[in-house]
Design a protein around this ligand. Structure first.
Ligand code: NAD
Length: 519
């Protein structure tokens, strides 16, 4: 065990903290409208073709202009990364780790600045944005420490076979394509990129289009701390062109992707192909969607269960892979839990998230707004509308606001109980008893997170075996995994179960070399 501890969150009920965050928001506003380059081989290259990033709470407000990389830039970045790998792989592990630690220190110093950018670019509330920045800092510090542990534990792991000396060394893979989602624009992008780098690989990283400013700024920190040129190259632009290119290129040795199921499956297929000139079988690290459930039985503390359901469903507008979009409630307590969940939901505040009073803001963009609205219409035919159901488009700003929506008496096979909506829509599903609830919970294609509220120790013990999810939470909400505490990743269509932020994660970015020396 090293000295790593998760970063504590900021308490925004304290005046001083609120004032500091207001100041960061003002700073960020003063930077609206700037242009951002791509980074290849340590050079910042500003392109003529740009795309804009806007505020989901006020889509007319342009936050900045991103250089739109092409396939040619992607190819150039891969070539530069291929060259840089030859030196970087020889840099001692402690030196590699020191870049992550310095980037962590800088991010912590500018914590509110990064979080304030997330408030504007992806519509995170202050608390959600702060948690995202804290997680990015944690990934940096944790992976730095873990890589040192992995490197230093390599000796002494094998069976003694004296006089022969045997060792196992974890060496890097090569050039990686890192492709990130917009919903944890700082933490997930920084986490995947830093894990790859500290393990000795070089990378081409691509933030998701709607969160490209945060992504660029986070990865730019590595340049600031002097990471050698070419180790981390950053491309902003469309996934379907540059993302696809860095996945399929024969120069790419591995892909680290977090995003939707459809894109994950497509990448899985692409990485399996061996292209002319390719000398290896690519490794694919793929983290995808979820249809996560909170189960409540008749022995549970119902107040805490209702609070857990609401926080899991509506935190960051339900736009988390871990969001508890299903609450599966044993019939005996269904009415009580339902009433309390609706009551707590009606207390949630909705509006532009630069105002600390708003718990929920807009969903990410027009496309998400349309998709979620369609699911709400589908839900009206599949369940009983208990709360929300309206799209509360802000008339002044046209922000993509959607009221937290709850459907009751939903069947376990309904579309809103099976498909990832990725918005503030919760399905309440009655179950006959505890066993039925677990059966329903396991009855989707996914297996990411799940929670159970129960006071029956025997059931909780059984759930550890029976509830098939990568992250199981007993008597607490199903969101909010902490780096090093709750290694994160799911089963089945939720991905390859990489367990980001866990002790095994870095193994995915290495290959082991067994060395025998005859004395
Ligand atoms: P997305 O799949 O639309 O996009 C993810 C990334 O893939 C983006 O950078 C995008 O540009 C890129 N991309 C798109 N098409 C591509 C292609 N053909 N080839 C290569 N790259 C391509 O996902 P999103 O909307 O950004 O994120 C939301 C999804 O991510 C949800 O499904 C959510 O559950 C999932 N997610 C999962 C986890 C997890 O740890 N399991 C964490 C966060 C988000």
């Amino acid at each position: 065990m090293g000295s790593y501890r998760p970063t504590t969150y900021i308490d925004f009920s304290i005046d001083k903290n609120r004032a500091a965050f207001e100041q960061a928001l003002a700073q960020v506003r003063s930077e609206f409208g700037q242009h951002y380059p791509i980074l290849i081989g340590g050079e910042a290259i500003e392109l003529e073709t740009t795309f804009s990033s806007v505020n989901p709470n006020n889509p007319q407000q342009v936050l900045g202009y991103l250089s739109e990389a092409t396939v040619e830039h992607a190819q150039q970045a891969l070539e530069v990364a291929t060259d840089a790998f030859e030196q970087w792989k020889r840099v001692p592990v402690r030196e590699r780790a020191s870049y992550l630690q310095r980037a962590a220190d800088l991010m912590l110093e500018r914590r509110h600045y990064f979080s304030a950018w997330m408030v504007y670019e992806v519509g995170k509330s202050w608390a959600e944005a702060d948690a995202d920045t804290a997680e990015a800092v944690d990934f940096l510090n944790y992976y730095a420490e873990q890589m040192i542990r992995l490197d230093e534990s390599a000796d002494g792991m094998l069976v003694d076979y004296a006089p022969e000396h045997n060792e196992l060394r974890y060496i890097p893979l090569g050039v990686g394509a890192v492709i990130a989602p917009w919903n944890f624009p700082n933490a997930i992008l920084v986490g995947m990129s830093s894990a790859a780098i500290v393990a000795g690989n070089t990378v081409v990283s691509k933030p998701a289009e709607p969160s490209s400013i945060v992504g660029y700024k986070a990865l730019e920190l590595f340049r600031e701390v002097g990471l050698p040129a070419g180790v981390l190259n950053v491309l902003t632009g469309p996934g379907r062109s540059i993302g696809a290119h860095i996945v399929s290129s024969p120069l790419t040795r591995f892909v680290a992707f977090t995003g939707s199921r459809d894109v994950g499956i497509r990448i899985y297929g692409e990485t399996a192909k061996v292209h002319p000139g390719q000398k290896w079988l690519k490794r694919a690290i793929l983290e995808m969607g979820g249809k996560d459930a909170v189960v409540v039985d008749e022995t549970a503390d119902l107040e805490s269960a209702a609070q857990g359901i609401v926080a899991s469903a509506f935190g960051y507008q339900g736009q988390k892979c871990s969001a508890g979009s299903r609450a599966i409630i044993v019939r005996d307590v269904y009415e009580t839990v339902k009433d309390r969940v609706v009551e707590l939901t009606s207390e949630l505040t909705l509006g532009p998230v630069d105002d600390v009073e708003n718990y929920m803001g807009a969903v990410i963009n027009e496309e998400a707004f349309q998709k979620i609205s369609e699911y709400i219409e589908i839900g009206k035919g599949e369940g009983e509308l208990l709360h929300g159901g309206t799209v509360a488009n802000d008339p002044e700003t046209e922000g993509y606001l959607i009221a937290p929506t709850i459907f009751g008496n939903v069947s376990d096979q309904a579309r809103i109980a099976q498909e990832e909506i990725f918005g503030p829509v919760l399905a309440l599903i009655p179950a006959e008893d505890y066993d039925d609830a677990i059966r329903i919970a396991n009855g989707t294609d996914y297996g990411l997170t799940g929670a159970i509220y129960s006071n029956d120790d025997e059931r909780l013990a059984r759930a550890k075996d029976d509830f098939h999810v990568g992250n199981l939470y007993l008597n607490r909400k199903c969101t909010g995994a902490l780096v090093g505490v709750h290694p994160f990743g799911g089963f089945n269509m939720s991905g390859t179960d990489s367990k980001a932020g866990g002790p095994d994660y870095l193994l995915l970015f290495t290959q082991a070399k067994s060395i025998a020396t005859k004395k």
